[in-house]
Design a protein around this ligand. Structure first.
Ligand SMILES: NC(=O)C1=CN([C@@H]2O[C@H](COP(=O)(O)OP(=O)(O)OC[C@H]3O[C@@H](n4cnc5c(N)ncnc54)[C@H](OP(=O)(O)O)[C@@H]3O)[C@@H](O)[C@H]2O)C=CC1
Ligand SMILES: O=C(O)C1=N[C@H](C(=O)O)C[C@H](O)C1
Length: 252
């Protein structure tokens, strides 16, 4: 795409918590043109007619786990490059979409977290797990969140699992007297989800070894924290020819 041409951006979920921030960010960048919101709660024909009216280069998605898979399929059919922050896609869906986008040679970004500090938290956690394989993840979010565990916690867990040998942690005879007390199991370690009003988006990765512990913590205290990453993804996706999962793939 020519460097001096504005990138035409539509946003799904434009009235939501993240969508409102994203609209402000896009409208504040002279390199981007906000062409308007897209709402896909209609028939395929109605939605395609709206896309035809908007003519976007990029679809930014901050909606719900229920809709995001269809949005990625629609974007593929229409040749619009998606930048997806919505969480809740399964590993199988991401793998399938990655193949489909590769076949079509279309760029896309799925990023469970756009905050640079969260990406560093994931990378540091993966580094630490190699040397301190006993680990638990605690993610903490506002209580309007629909999915658990968070997309960030799942991505962190995937990166930890890739950098350590599978290890079933805790006492072999441990029992829960209240179901769920030990959290969700991922590759032998545990993920705990906290939901409270007042929180935004937070994650702590705890490691333990003989006589020592290590905590790696990231806090998003406002949704502005995600916007530089969304901006970077919009500008990168127009030059991509495949779907990437994780903002770390766009960082050098
Ligand atoms: N990757 C990242 O860095 C981040 C990702 N997220 C993720 O982003 C997603 C949105 O979070 P958040 O903004 O807090 O949620 P909100 O509930 O505030 O916003 C979701 C919005 O999507 C709208 N919506 C629902 N369905 C459709 C549809 N089919 N087409 C268009 N709009 C639709 C809703 O409209 P209505 O209210 O009318 O139903 C609502 O305005 C979540 O999955 C969350 O996990 C959040 C923060 C950071
Ligand atoms: O719903 C949220 O708010 C967030 N969702 C993302 C996730 O599930 O990881 C990113 C961030 O944690 C905020």
């Amino acid at each position: 795409m020519a460097e001096d041409k504005q990138i035409r951006v539509t946003i799904a979920g434009a009235n939501g918590r993240m969508g409102q921030e994203a609209v402000k960010m896009v409208q504040g960048d002279p390199g981007l043109l906000y062409v308007g919101p897209i709402d896909t709660r209609g028939t395929d024909e109605e939605v395609k007619a709206r896309f035809a009216q908007l003519q976007p280069d990029v679809l930014v998605d901050f909606t719900t786990p229920q809709h995001v898979y269809r949005h990625l399929q629609l974007a593929l059919q229409l040749g619009i490059r998606p930048v997806v922050g919505t969480t809740g896609l399964t590993a199988e869906q991401i793998a399938e979409l990655t193949e489909q986008y590769k076949t079509a040679g279309l760029g896309g970004v799925i990023a469970p977290n756009f905050a640079i500090g969260a990406i560093l938290c994931m990378k540091f956690a993966a580094m630490a797990a190699k040397y301190m394989p006993h680990v638990e993840i605690i993610e903490l979010h506002h209580d309007r969140k629909l999915d658990a565990p968070s997309g960030t916690a799942i991505k962190t867990a995937e990166m930890i699992a890739a950098s350590r040998n599978t290890l079933r942690q805790g006492h072999p005879d441990e029992e829960e007297s209240i179901a769920g007390a030990r959290g969700a199991d991922y590759d032998g370690f545990r993920i705990h989800s906290v939901r409270l009003p007042g929180l935004v988006a937070h994650q702590e990765v705890l490691f333990g070894a003989t006589g020592q512990t290590l905590s790696i913590r990231h806090d998003s205290i406002s949704r502005e924290s995600f916007m530089p990453g969304v901006n970077m993804a919009i500008k990168a996706v127009v030059n991509l020819e495949q779907l990437v999962y994780g903002l770390e793939h766009l960082l050098d």
